[in-house]
Design a protein around this ligand. Structure first.
Ligand SMILES: [Zn+2]
Ligand SMILES: [Zn+2]
Length: 332
C-alpha cells in the first residue's frame, strides 16, 4: 500500500468536504478522486462491487420502478419492456433505435427478475429427500455462511426425527454474531444460494444455513442495503469498554463472501471445517465494512472476549435498538 497516495487522498478530500460539501462544484471535484488501493483490508472488491451493483440498480429503477409491477401481478416482462421503452425514448431521443430497444430489453429483464423474487414466483421448498442428501453430503453439517456446526438436536428437528430432544439455547453467545438469543437462530434453514426465479437450480444451489445468518441475509445483497454507521452502544468486553457493534448484514456479507479465515499467514480453516468469527482488523477501530475480517478460533484476536452470556448479549443488542429507533434503515 502506497502510503503517500493514501495521505494525499485524505488531505484532498478532507479539504474539499470542509470547504462546502453541499456545493455541486465540490461534488464534481470529489467525484474525480480515485479511492487509493489498500485502505480496505482485503474488502475492497466487496465494497466496490456492492457500490457498482447499487448504482446499477438505481439507474435501472429510475427508468422503471419495480414496485408498480410487484403490486400489479397482471403485468409481465412485456409490459415492463413497453414502459421502459417509452421512458428511454424520451430520455435518449437522439440515440439509434436499436440501442434504445436493447436498453429496454436489458432493463426489463433485470426488473422482471427482481419482481419475480418479490412476488415469490418460482419459490420451491426443498424436499425431505434433498434435506437428507444435504446432511449426508458432509460428515459435519455446518452453516454455509459462518461455519457454525449444527447441534444434534437441530439436525434431528430438521430431519423431523421421531422422539427427538428439544433444541436448547446456548448459555454463551458471540457478542458480534449473537446466534442463540432466539431459538430460530440455531435452527437449520435451507437456502437457494441463487433464487430459483433468477435461474438458481439443482442440488448444488442448495445450502444449509443457520437461522441467524439466514435472517440477517434475507433478500439483501449489498452492504449499502443497510445503514452506513455501526450501532452505537456502550458495553464491556473483557477489560475493554466498547462503543460500537457492526451491522449484522455486514457480518453476513463478509462471511459469505470470504468463507475462510483471513489470517495474514494463511490458514486452512474454512466454513466447511470450522466456525468462523468476525473481528475488527484494527481492534480499536470502528467495526465498519472496511475494518471487518474473518478469523477461525485459532486466529481470532477476540477469542477470549467475544463469548458473553446470552442475557448480556440480549441486553446489549436491545439497547442498540432503542438508541436508533428512528433510523428507518434499520429493518431488523
Ligand atoms: Zn451462520
Ligand atoms: Zn485461521
Amino acid at each position: 500500500m502506497a502510503l503517500e497516495n493514501i495521505n494525499q487522498f485524505i488531505k484532498e478530500t478532507t479539504e474539499l468536504t470542509l470547504k462546502n460539501m453541499w456545493s455541486s462544484d465540490v461534488a464534481k471535484e470529489l467525484c474525480g478522486k480515485k479511492v487509493p488501493d489498500g485502505i480496505f483490508h482485503e474488502n475492497q472488491s466487496i465494497l466496490q462491487a456492492d457500490a457498482t451493483t447499487l448504482w446499477l440498480r438505481w439507474f435501472v429503477e429510475s427508468v422503471c420502478s419495480p414496485t408498480h409491477y410487484i403490486e400489479d401481478t397482471s403485468k409481465s416482462e412485456v409490459h415492463i419492456y413497453q414502459d421502459a421503452l417509452v421512458n428511454i425514448n424520451s430520455a435518449f431521443p437522439s440515440s439509434p433505435k436499436a440501442y434504445r430497444e436493447e436498453l429496454a430489453t436489458l432493463i426489463s429483464k433485470k426488473i422482471y427478475s427482481d419482481v419475480k423474487v418479490e412476488r415469490d414466483i418460482g419459490r420451491t421448498f426443498a424436499t425431505s429427500e434433498q434435506k437428507l442428501k444435504l446432511i449426508a453430503s458432509t460428515s459435519e453439517p455446518r452453516c454455509w455462511i459462518c461455519g457454525y456446526k449444527f447441534t444434534e438436536e437441530a439436525l434431528d428437528q430438521f430431519t423431523k426425527k421421531k422422539g427427538r430432544n428439544p433444541i436448547e439455547l446456548p448459555k454463551l453467545v458471540d457478542i458480534f454474531r449473537p446466534r442463540g438469543i432466539h431459538i430460530n437462530d440455531v435452527r437449520i434453514d435451507i437456502e437457494h444460494i441463487i433464487p430459483v426465479s433468477q435461474g438458481g437450480q439443482g442440488d448444488e444451489n442448495l445450502a444449509l444455513g443457520c437461522g441467524w445468518c439466514n435472517r440477517y441475509k434475507s433478500s439483501r445483497t449489498s452492504i449499502y442495503d443497510v445503514t452506513s454507521k455501526p450501532y452505537r452502544v456502550k458495553f464491556k468486553l473483557g477489560e475493554n469498554t466498547r462503543y460500537e457493534l457492526p451491522n449484522p448484514f455486514w457480518i453476513v456479507r463478509m462471511s459469505a463472501t470470504h468463507q475462510k479465515c483471513q489470517h495474514i499467514d494463511g490458514c486452512n480453516k474454512t466454513v466447511k471445517n470450522a466456525e468462523l468469527f468476525i473481528s475488527p482488523a484494527n481492534n480499536s477501530g470502528s467495526p465498519n465494512p472496511t475494518n471487518l475480517k474473518v478469523f477461525c478460533s485459532d486466529h481470532d484476536p477476540l477469542v477470549f472476549e467475544r463469548s458473553v452470556s446470552r442475557e448480556s448479549a440480549k441486553e446489549v443488542w436491545a439497547n442498540k435498538r432503542r438508541k436508533i429507533i428512528f433510523d428507518f434503515n434499520d429493518e431488523d
